[in-house]
Design a protein around this ligand. Structure first.
Ligand SMILES: Nc1nc2c(ncn2[C@@H]2O[C@H](COP(=O)(O)OP(=O)(O)OP(=O)(O)O)[C@@H](O)[C@H]2O)c(=O)[nH]1
Length: 309
């Protein structure tokens, strides 16, 4: 992940790391993640290869940086409630620093929750914070009962009730997750708390659009860098975004561009719609393709594209 040159000093005791959320469908994972990171855009992709950078959002605090990652398979009930977790989900669960296990306050604890709790117990040493969601829908007594019921599902680092709808204890959820992160440098730029992560998200949106429907060997060869974004002079409703999409070989460039540029046009249009949703303004997207020969094997290129060790 990216460690940035402009971060000169990390405060003592600064924590940084990764979290993911699991739970039955519809229990409020996405809403809680969005409440934590303060953006409504969910970045998803049907391609498992994209997982390494499937970042849902970044919670910046003076004392910590919490990166919430998203795993396509994690949200699919057939995966999570199937006979076993697939290896992708399992590896994500072991790679993050902390897992948020969501159980809604307004439904009895059921077999789905039990199944997930058991899987989490098998996953290894990753600490699990159990989160009773949607507390705004029920009485305090019911919340208390649910905390006890969830406590019976396993051994958790903490159990906390919250409501992403009215904001009840969302900050505490962040505290508890951050408390489980290791001490370390920020993983993403801290200078400007909103713009840089936005550029990371935008690069991801473009990359995802480019990945739709391409052959299997291409995903690892595509990288996107947002070079610049700025409001159009004299306009408050339009942002210009300049980005480069890098591939490793000229033949890949052809695939991305498509017949008479048709594919690139589609990719640009799809990405632009997503970026507009993220930024809440209209967007002009200037997207160029460059061949960066074998960038995956060149340390200098890797660094430039944000793949620092
Ligand atoms: N009242 C209330 N509703 C909530 C809360 N959080 C989420 N919801 C609602 O619950 C529904 C499901 O929320 P999601 O965040 O999509 O749930 P999810 O667990 O991500 O669902 P999947 O993506 O299907 O796994 C939506 O209609 C939300 O608006 C909450 O704190 N209170």
């Amino acid at each position: 992940m990216t460690a940035l040159g402009d971060i000169t000093e990390t405060p003592a005791g600064f924590r940084s790391g990764f979290a993911c959320f699991v739970g039955r469908p519809n229990v409020g994972k996405s809403t809680l993640m969005n409440a934590l990171v303060g953006t409504k855009v969910a970045i998803t992709s049907s391609r498992p290869q994209t997982t390494r950078r499937a970042i849902r959002g970044i919670v910046h605090r003076p004392d910590a940086q919490l990166v919430v990652v998203d795993t396509p398979g994690l949200h699919k009930p057939r995966t999570l409630l199937g006979e076993r977790l697939d290896s992708l989900v399992r590896s994500t669960l072991t790679e993050v620093d902390v897992i948020g296990f969501c159980v809604p306050a307004d439904q009895p604890v059921g077999p789905g929750d039990t199944f997930i709790a058991r899987e989490l117990a098998n996953v290894g040493k990753t600490p699990v914070v159990a989160i009773v969601t949607k507390t705004d829908l029920v009485s305090r007594d019911r919340v208390a009962e649910q905390l006890v019921a969830v406590g019976g599902l396993g051994t958790f680092a903490d159990i906390v009730p919250c409501s992403a709808r009215d904001g009840f204890q969302v900050g505490l959820v962040a505290d508890l997750l951050i408390g489980r992160l290791p001490e370390g440098m920020p993983l993403y730029p801290a200078g400007d708390l909103t713009d840089e992560p936005e550029q990371v998200l935008i690069a991801e949106l473009i990359r995802e659009a480019a990945l739709e429907g391409v052959r299997d060997e291409l995903p690892h060869s595509i990288a996107v860098l947002v070079d610049e974004m700025e409001p159009r002079a004299g306009r408050d409703d339009l942002v210009d975004v300049y980005a480069h999409l890098y591939v490793e070989r000229p033949s890949q460039k052809g695939i991305v561009i498509g017949h008479q540029g048709a594919r690139l046009k589609e990719v640009g249009a799809a990405a632009r719609r997503q970026i507009e949703a993220l930024l809440g303004t209209r967007v002009y997207l200037d997207l160029r393709i460059k061949v960066l020969k074998d960038w995956q094997r060149d340390p200098k290129h890797l660094r430039r594209l944000g793949f620092d060790d």
